[in-house]
Write a protein that binds this ligand. Structure first.
Ligand code: E4P
Length: 219
């Protein structure tokens, strides 16, 4: 399973990259705004800075909502760096644009997926990734993980190469559940990724090992 970090914060991206398990980054307009990145030039410079840190898979989201504009913006984003994946919203013009961009060899991530039917349409249009938003479904008392299971079944039934990128992850258990269900990728905040490291028995076990070693060595 690939691990992406869901942030536009360069320090956190570097920290995840240093851990050695990072396969990519997802951003969105809200995450960019959270880092105070505004204005076309700053946004472009920020995407380039992210691409300089990671090996591949930097999702850059279009803010256009019409076919022609999505294509224009998507092509411009893709030209910034071969690591860019153009993130396109699940709307009618977005699906059409995904079809066009994928026919031109530009990788796409169809975002804001909340139903199996939306994922199916995006896969048919040739999306490289679909991003079902687990946490936001859980927030409205709907089973986000069930959506991952349903999309996995559909994609496997027909052998769609589109990868399931489980998004809107809220914590480490979401990551583990996605791995059990066969999601191809998770994108999560740094805190959810590093939480996977933690277990109290690991901490107490290591403390005992080190104490026994120190005692045996007469320290
Ligand atoms: C996906 O690519 C989105 O950036 C993201 O996962 C949204 O998550 P949120 O619900 O925490 O905003």
């Amino acid at each position: 399973m690939k691990f992406f970090i869901d942030t536009a914060n360069l320090d956190q991206i570097k920290e995840a990259q240093d851990l050695g398990v990072l396969d990519g980054v997802t951003t969105n307009p809200s995450l960019m705004a959270k880092e105070g990145i505004t204005g076309d030039e700053n946004v472009i410079a920020h995407y380039k800075a992210i691409c300089a840190i990671v090996d591949d898979n930097v999702s850059a989201e279009v803010i256009s909502t019409t076919y022609d504009e999505i294509i224009k913006e998507g092509e411009a984003l893709a030209k910034l760096d071969p690591k860019i994946v153009v993130k396109v919203p699940m709307i009618k013009d977005g699906v059409k644009a995904i079809k066009y961009l994928s026919s031109k060899g530009i990788r796409t991530n169809c975002t804001l997926i909340f139903s199996p039917g939306q994922a199916l349409l995006a896969a048919k249009a040739g999306a490289s990734y679909v991003s079902p938003f687990l946490g936001r479904l859980d927030d409205i008392s709907t089973d986000g993980l069930q959506l991952i299971e349903d999309i996995r079944l559909i994609f496997d039934n027909y052998g769609y190469p589109t990868e399931i990128l489980a998004a809107s992850i809220r914590g480490p258990l979401h990551i583990v559940s996605c791995a059990k269900l066969g999601a191809d990728v998770i994108t999560a905040p740094l805190s959810a990724i590093t939480a996977l490291l933690k277990h109290p028995l690991t901490d107490s076990g290591l403390a005992t090992f080190l104490a026994d070693h120190a005692k045996a060595s007469g320290k």
